[in-house]
Write a protein that binds this ligand. Sequence first.
Ligand code: PHE
Length: 357
Amino acid sequence: MVDLEKIKQEFLAKLHALNKEADILNLKSEYVGKTGVVSELLKSLKDMNPEERKAFGPKANELKDYIQDQASIQLSKIEVEEINKKLAEDRIDTTLTDNIQVKTLKSGGFHPRTLIQQEIEDIFLSMGFDVLDGPHIEDEFHNFEALNIPADHPARDMQDTFWFHDPHKPEDKDSSGKKRLLRTHTSNIQARAMLTRKPPFRFIAPGVVFRSERTDASHEMVFTQLEGMMVGKDISVANLIYFMRTILKEIFKKDVEVRLRPGFFPFVEPGFELDIRCLICSGTGCSVCKQIGWVELLPCGMVHPNVLRAGGIDPDEYNGFAFGLGLDRLVMMRYGIDDIRHLQSGDLRFNSQFKLF
Ligand code: PHE
């Protein structure tokens, strides 16, 4: 007589050693599949005599059911184990802020120049100025000639220019006969705006400018200016000074000490340099103010008649003022940054620490 109990124990021992679904299904079919051990026993019932069959049949059937049940129990057990394991691995502790499970989100910040530029734009917009833009790649007419700086004028040497063509080779001119360059100042937008606007008008134009210069704590090859121009009837130096003072007061939220010196720019007459007391060293001298205690911030003046003429405006009828605010220097003064090169560094640790006052 076959020992059913032995078969059962053997099956259980093998089953409990398995933890993969496929293995359990294989084992199950080894016993109760078509040609499985228990199935073969059941097939052999027909060859037994009636007493044997009566004694053995129900037990063999019972074993078959038992094996099927045990296999199912083991299958659901490993399924539950797998789910629990996954849950434990995927668990997120929302109270933790900085570990491998929860990546901390770094909050971004505006570049300090963007902050100041937006603030200045708002102030000028509230005073009736438009905000204009202009090309970085410029021709020599809009960057120089229209601004009363003809070819070979020594004033061209005031601004070291990045030329796209060699200015000394006549064959290097572009199709319209003008040489191309990277604009050396935002004053090119003065030249362009006058040709498309009828006075009276007033605008500002912030933007990046380029000069082939050696860099140091207060000089960069790529820096930012904010041009301003107001053209109308009977505009005076007093109007110019009023707007300059207003803007500086708004930006620094206090009266800053300023001084006005004569300054030469071919496109203004008279021309001025407006300096502010260095806010990095409070005037005692540092690398930003080159030990002078004052920082050149705002070159400005009354628009030269030749410039108005080049812009199609009659200088006998209209006049105006223009200024070219050094935006980077202003940013440095306001936030106490002691080296202009930080502004262009692209270092996020630098960029993300600034807020509006
Ligand atoms: N464009 C001049 C510069 O870059 C600045 C300036 C602008 C001076 C407007 C006077 C008037 O040096």
